[in-house]
Ligand binder design. Structure first.
Ligand SMILES: Cc1cc2nc3c(=O)[nH]c(=O)nc-3n(C[C@H](O)[C@H](O)[C@H](O)COP(=O)(O)OP(=O)(O)OC[C@H]3O[C@@H](n4cnc5c(N)ncnc54)[C@H](O)[C@@H]3O)c2cc1C
Length: 184
């Protein structure tokens, strides 16, 4: 099927099948007629395929990005939208500090395991051997986790495909009104 044939019945056209487009597609596919178009031969070639894959509650300070990260946690814990494997793997993180630079200025209203906990040098030595003297302590962020990006992305695309059965490859800039083909 081509976009030209599909476009009359489409509610939503998503440009790009990275994690943003794939997750939006998964969310909408059962409710709307949705198409994702992707310029590459695979949907994970760009930022999604290069992520360091880390989930960190404190990242970004007290910003909308942090609030979005916090909102994503229950979704990952529930393996949305149908992953066979857990989407977060607990790891924890240590933010090392030196003398006179031991504030954690972006704690804001983080609570529970998301709230960084101060460790002095003795406690730090209990976690890591052989640290240089310059590190006087650390902030321990227990809830940090590895994100299973590939599994999440694959689950989103699978959920999307359960609602749409279209395949091919198209660059959006080349198809502003009359669509010669389609992707993802
Ligand atoms: C090095 C690195 C490390 C990162 N580490 C982390 C991390 O630890 N934790 C974290 O949460 N985030 C991390 N990120 C950020 C995260 O990877 C991105 O925010 C996320 O992958 C963005 O997804 P996206 O779908 O918006 O973009 P992309 O994955 O880039 O997807 C966009 C897609 O759109 C397609 N496209 C573009 N233009 C067109 C067009 N005209 N027509 C058709 N298709 C088009 C592209 O081919 C691409 O597939 C990292 C990013 C990078 C680069």
């Amino acid at each position: 099927m081509s976009i030209a044939n599909a476009s009359d019945s489409l509610d939503v056209l998503i440009i790009g099948g990275g994690i943003a487009g794939a997750s939006l597609g998964a969310l909408l596919a059962g409710e709307r007629s949705v198409l994702i178009i992707e310029a590459e031969d695979l949907c994970g070639r760009h930022a999604t395929g290069r992520s360091a894959a880390f989930w960190q509650a404190s990242l970004g300070g007290d910003t909308p990005e942090r609030r979005l990260s916090l909102l994503s946690k229950p979704m990952f814990d529930a393996r949305w939208p149908g992953s066979d494997v857990p989407l977060l793997r607990p790891r924890g993180a240590l933010h090392l500090t030196s003398a006179g630079m031991d504030n954690f200025e972006e704690i804001g209203d983080l609570s529970g395991d998301d709230r960084p906990k101060r460790l002095d040098r003795t406690e730090l030595d209990g976690k890591i051997d052989g640290l240089r003297e310059q590190w006087t302590g650390a902030w321990f962020e227990r809830s940090c986790a590895d994100i299973e990006v590939a599994a999440f992305h694959a689950a989103c695309l699978a959920a999307f495909r359960r609602g749409e059965a279209l395949s091919g490859r198209t660059q959006a800039s080349s198809v502003p009104r009359s669509f010669p083909g389609l992707g993802c």
